[in-house]
Write a protein that binds this ligand. Sequence first.
Ligand code: R5P
Length: 309
Amino acid sequence: MDSCLIFSGNSNYQLAEKIAKYLNKELSPINIYRFKDGEICVKIEANIRGKDVFIIQSTCPPVNENLMELLIILDALKRASPRRITAVIPYYGYARQDRKDQPRVPITAKLVANILVTAGADRILTMDLHAPQIQGFFDIPVDHLFAAPVMIKYLREKKFKKPVIVAPDVGSVKMARAFAKRLPAELAIVDKRRDAPDKVEMIHVIGDVKNCEAIIVDDIISTGNTMIEAAQALIKNGATQVYGSCTHAVLAENTIEKFKNSLFSEVIITDTIPHSNLPSIFTILTVSELLGEAIKRIHLEDTVSSLFI
Ligand code: R5P
């Protein structure tokens, strides 16, 4: 691993440090600073000529700041002649606008893919993309990991009596089905309708959740409305307890407060987005080993497919 260098942006330094520790490496030095007018400047403080370079940065809130920082780091890296640059993006922001679902709207997931490549990324390592087909927005290799192995291991230890995995909307069914198969558990779906962006109206629960421990799985918690209203519907339909399992805890606005006052027994999230001092209802699992192992295998030109299981 000597010819492999790992850098981190400012968005999730804690996770980057854990990944480096897993790999028995130090993060390589980089100076990221702001000019007086707020513009970002970067200086790579290590020789990377001919090296295999990884830059870890989640594009979580503040999204534009973190994305721009990543682009500028990529540009600085590219101009320092490395052999290859892999952008490790544990949380890929702007992913939810992945198609034109109404006239005259952007496809930001594709726009971000384009600018990452223009800035200098040769390959991407990411996790639980909002839609797996976002991989196809890149014409460079993308390794797309799932947090499921980490989540399922934890959920199994809870030894649920009658678990049912719940997809809080149709978009999450595939993810939920994978969880249900592997836990194992039954599957249910909450039929969710949105009146307007960030507003949710629950219609009904498809599947039997009566006397079950319901585990809602989703890729993102932003306002929390999807999960919280799904939990209400599940309790109304006879679930004894409700758990949440979500890879990317964006936790926008007053979402943390909302969960404190919710019907959830526990909400399990990962550290793709950094959080500190969360209330005890949240359990944070680390995906550092998964990402670290993927980095190792990419560097050693080894297969990463066994990490998907
Ligand atoms: C939707 O398609 C996603 O999978 C999540 O359900 C959604 O992004 C969650 O958003 P919020 O927490 O704002 O309801």
